[in-house]
Design a protein around this ligand. Structure first.
Ligand code: ZN
Ligand code: ZN
Length: 239
């Protein structure tokens, strides 16, 4: 898969993708429903390539498509019926830029696929649970294995974990972006990040919280630009 030509092809495919975004949002109904659907999608994509039903190029094309569709479906849900189509259109270009980390994962994955000396682990297919906020977490609370999205996968379990991180993790951050655009339309001017104030809160989130009230749109969504990734439990207040 050539990443640049994939991205270039998105302009032409945009109407078809926007239709799928709407379908997924209407079918999953809530951000929790979407999260579950994305987690299932991750597992089935990894099973498909593992069983040889798709090749690595098709695998990555599907991950990229699903990441785009899932992210924008979350935006749709976050805007809660207040001009969702317009909100999704506005977020489309940014969602495309967020596909970029997949190109490195593709290289890592090919490396993993071509290495014949990796430890094959017991394959349960459902051992990774993205809902478990403790998974992969060490004593410091910042996670150990699987926390660093730049580390190459060493097993099929690691591959599934990575795919899950790409597809499932961003759902809440995107939901927040949809909600933020809606609140901006409703006349709210400022936002602030609020952490859970316990020792599992990461330093990035603490620094966002310390900034207090900021103009709407100027602070990142929880889970997007913080080292706690999908374990981010921050929320946003508006005024
Ligand atoms: Zn954090
Ligand atoms: Zn956080």
């Amino acid at each position: 898969m050539d990443f640049l030509s994939y991205v270039a092809g998105l302009t032409k495919r945009k109407p078809e993708i926007l239709k799928q975004v709407k379908d997924v949002a209407e079918k999953t109904k809530t951000v929790e429903g979407l999260e579950e659907a994305m987690s299932k999608m991750s597992s089935s994509l990894v099973s498909a390539i593992r069983e040889g039903k798709i090749n690595s190029s098709e695998f990555f094309r599907s991950i990229a498509d699903q990441l785009l569709i899932g992210s924008l479906a979350a935006v749709h849900l976050g805007s809660k019926g207040s001009k969702p189509d317009q909100t999704v259109e506005a977020e489309f270009p940014y969602a495309v830029t967020r596909l970029q980390p997949l190109s490195k994962f593709y290289v890592d994955f090919l490396h993993f696929q071509n290495s014949d000396n990796f430890e094959e682990e017991e394959w349960g297919g459902t051992s990774i649970n993205a809902d478990d906020e403790y998974y992969g977490m060490d004593e410091d609370g910042f996670g150990s294995e699987g926390d660093d999205p730049s580390a190459p996968p060493a097993s099929w379990g690691g591959v599934e974990q990575r795919v899950n991180r790409y597809l499932t993790t961003p759902v809440y951050g995107w939901y927040n972006r949809g909600e933020m655009r809606k609140n901006s339309r409703l006349g709210y001017k400022e936002m602030r990040r609020v952490t859970r104030k316990d020792k599992r809160v990461c330093p990035d989130c603490v620094s966002y919280e310390q900034q207090g009230w900021k103009p709407i749109g100027s602070l990142p969504s929880p889970g997007v630009e913080c080292r706690c990734y999908d374990r981010c439990r921050c929320f946003i207040e508006y005024r």
